[in-house]
Design a protein around this ligand. Structure first.
Ligand code: CTP
Length: 484
């Protein structure tokens, strides 16, 4: 295919002043170097979809590194250019923009590797090797035909029709780089696009190839699916093409309804997806969205049918919190406070709901305020999202009830200031007062004091807490060595 024969459109992009300046500069430099330069890839897609993007890819028929260096020289103050000789790429950071310059290339893959053999190629070769038609558009930057959009594979039409489709035979595109199967689903979820039927069939056919992709890259795509406006689109597609069973069997296990004595439980997979969509409407926080995805993860492990009672999932929140940690390890997600937060959300996710069902005491409210601490708002959002039913009236009714719980919690908090409260007696104090080494017993006394205050048995004063501690210690035969 000759460049001249490619379908060309002249399009109007909505560029900021800064973008216009940068592109004119690149065009001047490319003309000076007598090389052809094109905007390519995701930047054009996002421009056409009016999504803002600060990552700009420039493909150069020639050396991307040379062009980047000359462009950098003409910017004041001169930005640093990071050069990756092995990849033949150069990265220039200017203001908010990251501009990557790369020579147009041709790639050929071997069966057992996702590392291609790379050679210099034409613009056509370069566009041909790309994953989806919507990512295979190029816009000329040279003065000669600046602004011309080169569309080899009908990418413009696919953007209009909202379709994800591979430019070549999808079996080749996915076999070359199986991560693209995840990318197809991620783009469908992020952009609310459909996946072309042949492309989707090919994902189902090639799904096992995902095995050669590193866990980190898979998790990165899962995170992007979770961060999309309606994450259920992505997870449902993962399920339907069979990738979910390979990469996330723990989630797939939630699928299905078992019947005993004519009684079924709800399908926990689709319930979970609904909860994730609900939380996405309330929060952009990735980790709260992970908590929503994992909140019922242990339901299959704890499921029982109790005669006369029906289906129960006793303890699924505690088992689920442990499972969430295992999943974080497997997915190589951060094992820091983010993971602790997700485990805490899974562990506590039933607590606020239970407060809406019974005649609730202040002490139950205080206990939840104490246990949730700073994460109370997140927990309440998760619980609201967990209210799902086909019957909209029911959902509205439960949400109204839940609003009362929220109000009551705020009232108790206003009164008792429990969220940032620390019990007046610490472990260190107990060690010193009784001259005992740190150990289990210290914890028992400390917790007993805290519980007595939360239960309202004693007031939240140092005096009463101190006396309570003495009594509790006396039961264990301990005598204070320091007077108050
Ligand atoms: N690309 C590809 N196959 C991949 C990854 C990328 O063909 N596995 C191509 C696509 O043309 C893509 C471009 O390289 O548009 C740039 O890749 P990248 O920056 O990873 O993706 P974007 O499309 O820009 O989207 P995002 O930043 O959301 O990942």
């Amino acid at each position: 295919m000759k460049l001249a024969s490619i379908k060309k459109h002249f399009i109007q992009l909505e560029l900021s002043e800064e973008e216009e300046k940068i592109f004119l500069l690149i065009a001047d430099c490319a003309d000076e170097l007598k090389v052809k330069a094109f905007l390519v890839g995701g930047y054009i897609r996002d421009q056409l979809l009016r999504r803002s993007s600060k990552d700009i890819d420039v493909a150069v028929v020639g050396s991307g590194i040379n062009l980047a260096e000359i462009v950098a020289e003409k910017i004041h103050p001169q930005p640093a250019v990071a050069i990756y000789k092995n990849f033949g790429t150069a990265l220039l950071k200017h203001k908010d923009f990251e501009i990557e310059f790369v020579g147009t290339r041709k790639e050929s893959y071997q069966k057992d590797s996702r590392h291609p053999i790379i050679e210099d190629g034409t613009l056509v070769d370069d566009l041909m090797r790309r994953d989806f038609t919507i990512n295979a558009l190029a816009i000329s930057l040279n003065e000669e035909d600046g602004g011309a959009l080169y569309d080899l594979f009908g990418g413009m039409e696919d953007i209009k029709k909202k379709i994800i489709r591979t430019p070549r035979d999808p079996d080749i595109t996915f076999s070359d780089d199986p991560l693209r199967m995840m990318r197809a689903i991620r783009f469908a979820s992020q952009l609310n696009f459909r996946i072309d039927i042949e492309t989707f069939k090919s994902i189902a056919k090639n799904k096992e190839r995902i095995g050669i992709i590193s866990q980190e890259r898979i998790s990165e795509e899962l995170n992007k699916i979770l961060l999309s406006e309606k994450p259920s689109i992505g997870f449902d597609l993962l399920f339907k093409c069979g990738l979910l069973q390979i990469i996330f069997p723990e989630l797939q296990r939630l699928y299905g309804v078992e019947q005993v004595d004519g009684k079924g439980h709800k399908d926990n997979f689709y319930h979970t997806l609904q909860v994730v969509d609900n939380i996405a409407e309330r929060s952009d926080d990735l980790w709260l969205r992970w908590a929503a995805l994992l909140h019922d993860i242990a339901k299959p492990d704890t499921k029982r049918f109790e005669k006369g009672h029906g289906w129960t999932f006793h303890g699924h929140e505690a088992v689920g919190a442990r499972k969430a940690e295992t999943i974080f390890r497997k997915f190589r997600l951060p094992l820091n406070e983010k993971m602790k937060f997700v485990c805490k959300m899974v562990l506590l996710h039933l607590r606020p709901i239970s407060l809406s069902k019974e005649e609730v005491t202040d002490s139950a409210m205080r206990r939840l305020l104490f246990d949730a601490g700073d994460d109370l708002d997140a927990l309440l959002k998760l619980c609201e999202s967990d209210i799902t039913s086909k019957n909209e009236h029911k959902v509205k009714h439960y949400l109204r009830n839940f609003e009362l719980v929220r109000e009551k919690l705020m009232e108790v908090e206003e009164k008792d200031k429990i969220r940032h409260w620390q019990p007046p007696i610490t472990g260190d104090m107990i060690i010193k007062i009784f001259n005992r080494p740190p150990g289990k017993e210290i914890g028992i006394i400390k917790d007993a004091v805290r519980e007595a205050i939360l239960d309202g048995k004693i007031s939240n004063s140092f005096e009463e807490a101190y006396n309570f501690m003495l009594e509790r210690a006396k039961e264990m035969g301990w005598v204070p060595v320091i007077e108050k």
